[in-house]
Design a protein around this ligand. Structure first.
Ligand code: ADP
Ligand code: MG
Length: 389
């Protein structure tokens, strides 16, 4: 353990009352915008009182087979590891409560990392989760075959489907929040710091255009064509924009006020795009406007204009090189993987299984959320259907 990390751990141990009596901190494993995560050993853990987590324990008792585990009488001496998430004190109490409550609601959901317990000392809150052995996304995304990607996506969509089933939107689906173990072929979804309950009643803010259309109809005048509102008198539109750049769905970028769980499906589509294009991050815009232009590059101005108008917005751009119709996924993927130059024999398209992945991805990256596939439906599409059970 590095000096700086050791110092950080020592400071944390000194500041949080009695924490060392219960946990032995081993290392710092994550440092995000909202928290620091440590790997620790639970010193008071009794294996026989916690059978619910036997699966996680089997990994921790490396050399003991599960049969020995059952035969052993008395306490097993092997450690039980946990992840301690120290939520920054700058987070609002409501935000912290929200994360803990949602995790509690999801404690029995498939492929969601369950909350074991949580503690507070003064303004510091820590959440304790079972430690899940996983590999850094950057170490494997380039080498994954389509079949390995399929297994990953099945695990991810299983998690997502159970989260949505519980009426919860994750809002920050991305590789660092899905801890995946290629050897176990399993992953768990973490980080419900931005998650929220789905609200199907939310009001949609009317656009200037809709107001103009209504006025014209009432006055018996012809309906005007949509145009950019130069003298917009309304206060600027507010909507939840939580998430990570490059993974935000178009309706989030367009500040749609009635977002639903389908924003998570879009983000999963972006992860799949990363695997099959072998580019990470695939999108890297500085802000939402740039992100929208990046989508225009691919989908073309026409479809993005239609998407904008779905949410009462008007697209007007003078960015050169944006085409009207964009490019097909096939063309983009062949570019990304250096297969755009056709061989003399004329071959060089996507393989059959890549085409299946693209068909699946297109359903996730559907610009109109009303036409996007749900997590549940995604599990039944040909790309994933064979993996159930
Ligand atoms: P943040 O809100 O700061 O992003 P996360 O909950 O995403 O916090 O955790 C940050 C990182 O800590 C994760 O990307 C992962 O590397 C590590 N981590 C979180 N939970 C666990 C866990 N249960 N097991 C192993 N590592 C974890
Ligand atoms: Mg995170």
């Amino acid at each position: 353990v590095e000096d700086a990390v050791a110092e950080d751990i020592a400071r944390f141990e000194a500041s949080f009352r009695n924490i060392t009596q219960r946990y032995r901190l081993i290392n710092r494993i994550g440092e995000g915008t909202f928290s620091t995560v440590y790997k620790a050993e639970d010193l008071l853990y009794d294996h026989y009182q916690n059978e619910w987590d036997l699966d996680a324990d089997k990994e921790n008792v490396d050399n003991i087979s599960s049969s020995t585990l059952k035969q052993t009488s008395g306490r097993i001496q092997k450690p039980r590891y946990v992840a301690i998430k120290k939520i920054y004190v700058t987070s609002s109490p409501l935000r912290i409560l929200n994360e803990l409550e949602l995790l509690h609601d999801l404690r029995n959901s498939l492929n969601v990392c369950p909350l074991i317990t949580a503690f507070r000392h003064h303004d510091q809150v820590i959440a304790v989760l079972p430690y899940f052995q996983h590999q850094d996304f950057r170490e494997y995304y380039r080498d994954f075959t389509v079949d390995e990607t399929r297994v990953y996506m099945h695990s991810l969509f299983t998690a997502l489907s159970s989260v949505h089933e519980a009426g919860i939107i994750h809002r920050d689906i991305k590789p660092t929040n899905f801890l995946y173990s290629p050897s176990k072929q399993r992953g768990v979804l973490v980080d419900f710091g931005l998650a929220e309950r789905e609200d199907r009643q939310r009001k949609i803010q009317t656009s200037v255009y809709a107001t103009t259309v209504n006025a014209a109809i009432q006055a018996g005048q012809p309906v005007p064509k949509p145009s950019y509102p130069n003298n917009d008198q309304r206060s600027s539109r507010r909507a939840n924009r939580a998430g990570t750049r490059g993974f935000r769905a178009p309706e989030v970028l367009l500040k749609c006020t009635a977002q639903n769980s389908l924003i998570d499906v879009w983000s999963c589509g972006i992860i799949l795009l990363t695997f099959i294009s072998k580019r990470f991050p695939f999108f890297h815009s500085a802000d939402d406007i740039d992100a929208f232009i990046e989508l225009c590059c691919i989908f073309g101005k026409k479809r993005m204009r239609d998407t904008a108008s779905l949410h009462g917005q008007v697209l007007q751009t003078n960015v050169p090189n944006l085409t009207e119709n964009g490019y097909s996924w096939e063309k983009i993927l062949l570019w990304c993987t250096g297969r755009n130059k056709k061989g003399a024999d004329g071959q060089g398209g996507l393989t059959e299984e890549e085409q299946e992945a693209v068909a699946f991805m297109s359903c996730c990256l559907e610009l109109d959320p009303a036409r996007r596939v749900t997590a549940d439906e995604a599990l039944d599409l040909p790309f994933l259907a064979g993996l159930g059970g």
